[in-house]
Design a protein around this ligand. Structure first.
Ligand code: BEZ
Length: 227
């Protein structure tokens, strides 16, 4: 089973969470969304990841991205573990965990969404939930997915960076190059003819000369986002 592919509508599942029962699409409303999974509560790598995600929550909110995590284990365990995560963060200004965690006790969602890590088993011999990230657009379609094994923690600063690229490229006809950061130059995609590029990018298009003579490496200033 391939799980979710880019462009698929993310299933409108029902789930029990630390803020009560939700339906995914209603929870997301018109926002962007990030759904990310964890192998288990009270585990070290997951604690560091959720700690960083909680610290960065205002940055996700600023970008109109609603956060929701998923871990096997119960709501009760999620609540207890959330307190550990906040203590790990050592930031007394945050007293409540800032986003919901889904209780996927029976792994139903992890299986449905293709989130399992076959190489990492729990004490009963079952594969654990992998470290999956789905970025969901306001149209409820999958815009980006990451799938890391249980033993490799993710980089939530990088996830914010890709959200900046996804939101920019959803609105403007540009692409972002290697290691791009907001404010850096962007690339003119190959499917835009030269004359059209001149009109689209009044700030100018710089074309890098290459041994092949092909004019495909084209830069322009990052256009301003509207709204
Ligand atoms: C962890 O979160 O530390 C972890 C969970 C499952 C397997 C390996 C590490």
């Amino acid at each position: 089973m391939p799980g979710l592919l880019l462009g698929d509508v993310v299933p409108d599942f029902e789930a029990n969470t630390t803020i009560g029962p939700i339906r995914l699409h209603q929870f997301l409303s018109d926002s962007w969304g990030i759904l990310f999974s964890h192998p288990r509560d009270y585990t070290p790598v997951c604690t560091t990841e959720l700690g960083r995600a909680a610290t960065l929550c205002p940055e996700f909110t600023k970008r109109n991205v609603k956060m929701i995590a998923l871990s096997v284990d119960s709501i009760e365990e999620h609540h207890g573990w959330s307190k550990d995560i906040l203590a790990y963060n050592n930031d007394e200004s945050v007293t409540e965990f800032p986003f919901p965690i889904i209780a996927d006790d029976n792994r139903e969602l992890a299986v449905e969404l293709g989130m399992l890590d076959p190489d990492e088993k729990d004490h009963t011999g079952m594969p654990v939930t992998a470290r999956c990230v789905f970025i969901i657009g306001p149209d409820k379609r999958l815009k980006l997915s990451l799938l890391y094994p249980a033993t490799t923690g993710r980089n939530f600063d990088e996830i914010l960076r890709v959200i900046d690229s996804l939101q920019l490229t959803a609105q403007k006809r540009v692409a972002t190059p290697v290691n791009w950061k907001p404010g850096d130059r962007v690339m003119v995609p190959p499917n835009i003819p030269e004359e059209e590029a001149k009109c689209l990018f009044p700030a100018g298009v710089f074309t890098k000369e290459l041994p092949s003579g092909r004019k495909y490496l084209r830069y322009t200033q990052q256009p301003q986002m509207s709204g």
